[in-house]
Ligand binder design. Structure first.
Ligand SMILES: [Mn+2]
Length: 297
């Protein structure tokens, strides 16, 4: 993809479809970037189809948000074409993602990236921290993703947060899968983990999560952080996890108390003919936009 984008209305799939108001890149307050990277998947493949299916599902959404009583599309939402990532290796692909993200974040627009596998997150965090300085990451995920290397690859999806910690501190929520080596390394890393097994024992766990975060926050949502009975379309499912309502409560509290400077939704692995997970992700994009622009902004 070249920058500046030659984005004319009618190109590509747009969030919310063609019925709602659409913005050019220059007009938009929020930019949706589809990043269909799939290189290091270790179990069920298909996450490269995630961005396309989320955008398709988004055409079925009403534009009105009843929770905050707002239609956030009026603030300007621009959907960029899917990134083309025909690179010979993962490092080159990630460099291109970081370059494009830096161009978007550099305009102070609110970036929502749609994966693709979780390995895209370090590139997005690198671009965001380069522009905004000290940031925290809020990660919702089943997996710690703190391996220094996985199957000989330090840029694997299983290393996504370990690489991201090179740019930001992290708070990890809903974690219920990590290796013995990761568990041993946690205390020496700049991360705070809220394990799914016991995080709800804290009286006000959502407030406790928010209190760990710096004033500027990047949010990365791995779909498998949700309960797989709510979100079955993931490549590496784990029992347990957040409910839809818990996820929204956590996000709304974080957006109210902190400045959210970028987000990604990753690891949707669409199941052919089974649309509810795609619709969930589309609604999640809409909620991120609504909480960013509709709640006391
Ligand atoms: Mn995960």
């Amino acid at each position: 993809m070249k920058f500046p984008f030659n984005y004319a209305q009618g190109d590509g799939q747009s969030f919310g479809g063609t019925d709602g108001p659409r913005s050019t890149f220059a007009e938009a307050a929020a930019v949706i970037l589809p990043v269909p990277l799939e290189r290091t998947v270790s179990y069920v493949p298909g996450t490269r189809l995630g961005p396309c299916e989320i955008l398709k599902a988004s055409t079925q959404l009403e534009l009105w948000d009843e929770e905050l009583a707002i239609d956030v599309h009026a603030r300007g939402v621009c959907t960029l074409p899917e990134m083309e990532l025909p690179f010979p290796n993962q490092i080159a692909a990630l460099a291109e993602i970081e370059r494009v993200a830096a161009e978007i974040v550099g305009t102070n627009k609110f970036l929502i990236a749609l994966g693709g596998e979780h390995s895209i997150t370090p590139a997005l965090v690198a671009a965001t921290s380069a522009h905004y300085g000290d940031i925290s990451i809020l990660q919702i995920d089943a997996h710690a993703d703190l391996r220094d290397e996985y199957l000989g690859d330090s840029n694997s999806h299983a290393c996504a947060m370990r690489r991201s910690l090179e740019y930001a501190t992290c708070t990890q929520v809903g974690i219920r899968s990590l290796s013995t080596e990761e568990a041993a390394a946690v205390d020496d890393l700049p991360t705070t983990i809220f394990y799914d097994v016991n995080m709800r024992e804290r009286r006000n766990w959502i407030r406790d999560v928010v209190n760990t975060l710096r004033s500027k926050v990047y949010v990365t949502i791995d779909c498998d952080g949700l309960d797989p009975s709510v979100m079955p379309a993931v490549g590496t499912p784990e029992p347990g996890g957040l409910s839809w309502r818990e996820l929204l409560q956590l996000l709304r509290a974080t957006f109210r108390e902190r400045e959210i400077v970028g987000c990604d939704i990753v690891e949707l692995c669409p199941i052919p003919g089974f649309v509810h997970p795609n619709v969930l992700c589309a609604r999640l994009v809409y909620k991120l936009l609504t909480y960013r622009f509709g709640d006391g902004d």
